[in-house]
Design a protein around this ligand. Structure first.
Ligand code: R5P
Length: 299
């Protein structure tokens, strides 16, 4: 039997922390944060901690959060934590996994190593692992655990759009499409995508009939929204009845949402890995189960 653990969270994630605390039965406490006029931050954790500490920090807009994690994890160790788990429902910097041009930082490896040096275990949801097979290659922590939002999104699509044609906007989405399709027997296909820049995306539809179909574009992340928007334009031009979108991580700005809607995307659903108006399903129980398994594995 493991000693009790505590869940630490930051202000902006109070709602997510409550859901996770309720699902996992963990006690939870807020990390106090003060921002000095010069932009530096000071953190204050509960002054005594149990041996097992879980830190919840989703890593959208990650730069400052990485400094917070450095301060929080090092402080937690001095306050008694022996086993530190990071729950980062969205894990940043996973897309830059090679140097595309000489001299570029391979951010995935650097940020992954940084987190592995701070935490014994890292739990995340649908990390963008393209050219590496396992999360451990990117984040070499003692335990690096990957969960998927695709089954939750598949269940939602099955309720809202029974009989939908599930479509992945690019080759990398094939893994999530396959998982979701297997769960409900959806027809499915995957587009080809060429990215020419942050806001320039070329999509080629697969050779499957779409006329009159309710198509749902399913992907791990939508950021500028151009991938989904471009796929939607092509699908509607090819006669699709409706095009909706389901993503695990909604990094979308208001402007990106507007652009997607102008392109004809109907409903946009996301999981709550990142707090966002499109959140439609919660990963709290998934995370809680992973924490439970981790406790059992370590017990
Ligand atoms: C990349 O391959 C991902 O799976 C997404 O398709 C991509 O990040 C979406 O980005 P955006 O919304 O900026 O087009």
């Amino acid at each position: 039997m493991n000693p009790p653990a505590i869940l630490l969270y930051f202000d902006e994630e109070h709602a997510a922390a409550s859901r996770l605390a309720e699902a996992s039965g963990l006690a939870f406490a807020r990390v106090e944060r003060h921002r000095f006029p010069d932009g530096e931050i000071k953190l204050r954790l509960p002054d005594t901690l149990p041996e097992r500490v879980v830190v919840l920090r989703t890593l959208d807009h990650p730069n400052e959060k990485l400094v917070e994690l450095l301060l929080a994890a090092r402080t937690a160790r001095t306050l008694g934590a022996r086993h530190l788990t990071l729950v980062a429902p969205y894990l940043a910097y996973m897309r830059q996994d090679i140097a595309f041009r000489p001299g570029e930082a391979v951010s995935q490896r650097i940020v992954g190593r940084f987190l592995a040096d701070l935490f014994d275990a890292v739990i995340t949801v649908d990390p963008h692992l393209h050219r590496v097979a396992t999360l451990t290659e990117a984040v070499p922590a003692r335990q690096a655990i990957v969960l998927s939002g695709a089954p939750l999104l598949a269940d939602l699509v099955a309720q809202r759009r029974p009989g939908a044609l599930l479509m992945g906007p690019d080759g990398e989405s094939a893994q999530w499409i396959a998982q979701a399709a297997a769960r409900h027997g959806f027809d499915h296909a995957v587009c080809a995508k060429m990215r020419h820049g942050d806001h320039a995306v070329e999509v080629e539809l697969p050779p499957v009939p779409v006329a009159g179909r309710a198509v749902v574009l399913l992907d791990d992340v939508a950021s500028t929204g151009h991938t989904v928007a471009q796929a939607a334009r092509l699908l509607l031009a090819a006669g699709a009845g409706t095009v909706d979108s389901a993503v695990t991580h909604a990094l979308l700005s208001d402007e990106a949402l507007r652009m997607m809607r102008q392109a004809g995307v109907g409903d946009i659903w996301s999981t709550d890995t990142i707090p966002h108006p499109t959140n439609a399903v919660s990963v709290a129980h998934l995370l809680a189960q992973a924490l439970l398994n981790l406790g059992q594995a370590d017990g």
